[in-house]
Design a protein around this ligand. Sequence first.
Ligand code: NAD
Length: 246
Amino acid sequence: MIRVGILGSEGRMGRAIVELASTDSDVRIESLVDVKNLLRTEITNKKVDVFIDFSSPKATVENLRILVEHNVSVVIGTTGFNAEELKILESAAQKIPIVFASNFSVGVNVLWKVIASISKTLAADYDADIVESHHRHKKDAPSGTAVTTGQILLDAKGVNYEDNVVFGRSGRNNMRSRDELGILAVRGGGVVGEHTVIFASDCDKLEIKHTAFSRETFAAGAIRAAKWLLKKQPGLYSMQDVLEFQ
Ligand code: NAD
């Protein structure tokens, strides 16, 4: 039995995790933390093995300080961190065990694995772009998943992500280079999450698409990560570590 706390428990993802965890006899939800019920009070009153955080970058960074003080592990699914916030996360991971993933869906993690190999094989002759779609309430753009996908894709090609990524395109004289990677964000309605990776040559096109039908796919991955994290040493782990991909 693992005692879990939820950070962002009243949000879309928080509610999906609470619902799924209530059907899992190996998980007990011990603490629900949101803006009305703050972590500092909860953590001193409840015994939690692992917190699962789907909140906002600002909230995650604030709560990390308290989790480090109390030596409690955390699974982080929040996206949209800037470089400074990512450094705070990395330094917290020297003191507590953290699983951090921009996407907890097993399907997306398999996509990341195959994208690296496809990108390496097609690098010389194919242009690559990523199109992502999400619901109208999503705050950050492009999605953390699209950014991770782009980093994996360009790493495999052996080119620098920061120097070659463009977010959308406009203008009259804007021809792409072979190494350029376009990431385009679509927002609307209730789309849970769609990511399409496009490889195009002069004579054919390969598209690989992942569609999340519901938030349960992320919730299931986050609960799996929390169970895996239980007895781990401090460190920054990924969902690829949880799935034990070679
Ligand atoms: P949401 O806005 O519905 O929920 C966020 C919740 O966090 C809100 O209830 C808010 O009140 C709460 N919150 C704010 N400050 C807080 C604090 N200090 N302590 C605790 N809770 C606080 O958002 P959502 O759709 O549930 O998504 C949350 C995050 O998870 C976003 O960054 C989103 O991009 C990300 N996300 C990641 C994955 C993944 O697989 N990694 C999947 C879906 C969403």
